[in-house]
Design a protein around this ligand. Sequence first.
Ligand code: NAD
Ligand code: UDP
Ligand code: UDP
Length: 410
Amino acid sequence: MSTSTSTEKITEVGHNRFGFDSRIEVDTLRSLYLTPSYIKSGDKTTHVGAPHKDYGTESVYDKDSNKIQYTTFAKFPPVRLLPNSERKRILVTGGAGFVGSHLVDRLMLLGHEVTVLDNFFTGSRTTVSHWVGHPNFEMVRHDVVEPFLIEVDQIYHLACPASPPHYQYNAVKTIKTSFMGTLNMLGLAKRTKARFLITSTSEVYGDPEEHPQREDYWGHVNCIGPRACYDEGKRVAETLTYGYQRQDGVDVRVARIFNTFGPRMNPYDGRVVSNFILQALKGEDMTVYGDGSQTRSFQYVHDLVDGLILLMNGPETRPVNIGNGHEFTILEFAEAVRDIVEDIQKEQGVANPKRVNIIHKELPTNDPQRRRPDTTRAKETLEWQPRWAVRQGVEEMVRYYQSQIAQGNI
Ligand code: NAD
Ligand code: UDP
Ligand code: UDP
């Protein structure tokens, strides 16, 4: 299957719609995850990552002593100056995670006041550390299972581990986070009259019997299997959300997110995109679970952030699928990632001596066989469609992981 559905060079993301302007240059976002880095070995210093900027963080990694020096007091990236009437106080739970950190970058650059609430279970302070100290930014270590008081206008509720190894690590905690965490954030939305958006998941459809999945499909979930803590947790979180809407008039939004990837994905979270890219980069065997005939469709994180912001600020209150419709079998996807990584390595003159192998491992229990979103509702109500081809996103992520490897972080 071709990975180059679009060759359009994307220089700007976001939209100016529903009275909320979310447009930002891609290069500005890139400068926040591909920071300039220098690697010292003896007398030699090499530069990796992004070109030097007169703002943002830098690091110098000394290979010989295995020490890293961070420079964090540089200028902050310029953020939009909004009038008070347009500047919103926004809470992002799970804001130190993969998706959350990209949402935080966007909201900060747009000029809003952002509070990140996170317990750092799967997220890391480093994903948003470039904003620490900024007058519009606050980071709070807190577990959403406990009540939380703050005054805000919008709540993006993302806090929840999302990769199968992470959410299965402590299944009871995952259910508590989904239920009690969502209850607390809805209680907060009710008290402050803030608009509340929850990041639900395609997992609410389980191992689907309808294909592609539309929002009015009720799903096919095993309520006692190993994935149930997450799937049923998100289902009950949606139930709570609409309960608060009906009973208390809370203004709610529900995003059902399909597989998403991009820079800052935890390299050890065991998800397929991070596994495949790292295996291909390091010249290790690529692990396809089962025969690889199961399918997924992968969306790039900037498309997701566009969709979340449109949903939050638009009028649609029913659940909305946000995902990319380009469906791959996992085996096709492994081959595509291997090709992309090889192309980049050739271009850089650092090809692995031999082609990496694709090997097969046991298929996890209850692994969904097919998954592809029907995004008609997002198109009709938000005028949203994915723009990033998988190849463009994977290339971006390869460069990010390469710089993380060079800095000794992976
Ligand atoms: P992630 O694991 O990178 O981020 C989750 C964040 O929530 C982390 O920073 C973690 O530390 C924090 N967190 C977890 N439990 C918490 C708790 N009890 N209290 C406070 N913070 C807590 O995952 P992600 O991929 O960024 O996912 C973000 C959201 O999007 C999740 O709600 C996930 O279910 C949803 N989602 C993601 C995908 C995807 O493909 N990435 C797909 C569907 C849905
Ligand atoms: N809650 C919170 N912050 C707030 C308001 C409520 O964390 O600003 C929590 C509260 O502790 C409760 C939950 O949200 O556990 C649900 O609140 P709600 O007011 O709906 O329920 P009640 O407190 O009446 O049970
Ligand atoms: N998978 C794989 N190799 C890996 C990791 C995952 O073949 O190293 C498969 C997994 O069995 C599933 C698909 O890739 O069919 C997507 O897995 P992921 O954990 O990324 O997300 P899921 O959609 O299952 O939540």
